[in-house]
Write a protein that binds this ligand. Structure first.
Ligand SMILES: Cc1ncc(COP(=O)(O)O)c(C=O)c1O
Length: 445
């Protein structure tokens, strides 16, 4: 174990290089080694590293006023960013929607859980409190966010601390939980929400939370046509709120400001994080649609919740500067185009005997590795394939985001690719080349 670190690190058995600087899609460590960041670290970095104007905007805000407590003041950067995010969101967020800024994605989920509960009280539905979610999902690491998450490995150690509010089937056609095929399946995985609500006390259900494209847990699983609309319809009919967790998919990652806009639905609440400040500041947000806001405004008028650092002026200034950059460099549009370049570069890898599936949308892609391709059979967990691929890719100077468990929470190896939106065609080829070499090393003939 390295003893020189004072940090309570994620893995005591590992030595972490010291990241010294970044430029574009590249990170340079203290020893001068360069890494092409094919994962935006964890689908965070959208505009790239080293954009000086973001830091300038933060310094300027800090010199004006670095902090003001939200119990006493609002600030101009927070007001400005809220208005801009609402304008990007679906129509039901315009004219009366509001934004609750947090310091990251987990706090956004936590806030949404409490907001939904209080909404139920404001609207005289005191029996409703359960937030239904999906197996094989991730909504954050705090205990409330863990409760609604369905990521088996991340939940397991904390099982005694987290209640079960109801999880439905995941939506992953490559390993359909019903062993069906689209479209003959008639989207049985969406129907599972109807079944759960009918069988389990639907009067206590308050909301359904989902990732429009499932990121880390399933490796960029995109739902088939009709899934998202069906989920929205079921929520609407049962009078429960729909929360789109866009912490990973939001702010342009999939080629539209919010992934739900690919399917034209209007969730009641949208969560963002990661890309909202592209890693330049810890920032997340809960976008609340106008009808939900209205319930609070007409009711008690107060939300019994708060964080000292919510709507932080310097962090929201970073959010504004990042959004300026996204807009002025047309990066919302570019994510779609760069995603097609990446997909094209990765396409030959599909021929590899252990690459089962390449999936994704925009600049959020996953590669799943299988032991037996025709049977789609995963490797045993102990083979640690995703991590081995990551290590072999790092040896080639390319960073990826590996995860296990996409099949059943234990087995199933994939890596996630989510580079900055500025990724060039040449860099896409470098990523594909590094993965080809990594595959050859991990699976020698
Ligand atoms: C979909 C989703 N929701 C929530 C979170 C939690 O965000 P954070 O790590 O910023 O707390 C994540 C993080 O990976 C995520 O991918």
């Amino acid at each position: 174990m390295p003893t020189s670190s004072g940090l309570f690190s994620r893995n005591f058995k590992k030595t972490f290089p010291i990241a010294a600087r970044g430029e574009g899609c590249w990170i340079v460590d203290q020893s001068g080694r360069k890494y092409l960041d094919a994962a935006g670290q964890a689908a965070v970095v959208s505009i790239g590293y080293g954009v000086a104007e973001i830091g300038c905007a933060m310094a300027e805000q800090s010199a004006q006023i670095a902090f003001a407590h939200t119990s006493q003041f609002h600030t101009a950067p927070a007001e400005k960013l809220a208005a801009r995010l609402l304008a990007l969101a679906p129509k039901n967020f315009h004219n009366g929607g509001r934004v609750y800024f947090t310091s990251g994605g987990s706090e956004a989920t936590e806030t949404a859980i409490k907001l939904v509960r209080q909404y139920c009280l404001e609207t005289s539905q005191p029996n409703r409190y359960r937030i239904v979610s999906r197996r094989q999902s991730y909504h954050g690491s705090t205990l409330g966010a863990m409760t609604v998450s369905g990521n088996v490995a991340r939940r397991a150690p904390y099982a005694p601390l987290i209640p079960e509010w109801g999880h439905i089937a995941p939506c992953l056609c490559y390993h359909c939980p019903f062993e069906k095929t689209f479209p003959q399946c008639e989207i049985a995985c969406a129907e599972d929400l109807e079944t759960l609500l009918q069988q389990h006390d639907h009067e206590t259900a308050a909301a359904f939370i989902f990732e429009p494209v499932v990121g880390a847990t399933l490796g960029a699983a995109v739902p088939p046509e009709g899934y998202v609309a069906r989920i929205a319809e079921i929520c609407h009919r049962h009078n429960i709120l729909l929360i789109a967790d866009e912490v990973m998919t939001g702010m342009g990652r999939t080629g539209k400001p919010f992934a739900v806009q690919h399917w034209g639905i209007e969730p009641d609440i949208i969560l963002v994080g990661k890309g909202v400040a592209s890693g330049y500041a810890p920032l997340g947000a809960v976008l609340v649609s106008a009808p939900v806001v209205e319930a609070f405004a007409r009711g008690s008028g107060t939300f019994m919740h708060g964080f000292t650092y919510q709507a932080h002026p310097v962090c929201t200034a970073a959010g504004n500067a990042v959004l300026d950059y996204l807009e002025s460099h047309k990066l919302f549009e570019r994510a779609g185009e760069a995603g097609r370049n990446l997909r094209e570069a990765l396409a030959p890898l599909q021929e590899h005997r252990h690459v089962g599936d390449i999936r994704g949308l925009g600049l959020l892609h996953g590669l799943e590795f299988v032991k037996d391709k025709p049977e789609r059979e995963p490797f045993p967990k102990s083979d640690n394939i995703a991590e081995k691929i990551r290590q072999a890719a790092v040896a080639e100077g390319v960073l990826t985001y590996p995860t296990q468990g996409c099949v059943d929470g234990q087995r199933g190896d994939h890596i996630l690719l989510a580079p900055p939106f500025i990724i060039s065609k040449e860099e896409c080829s470098l990523i594909a080349g590094a993965l080809e070499t990594a595959l050859a090393k991990v699976f020698p003939v």
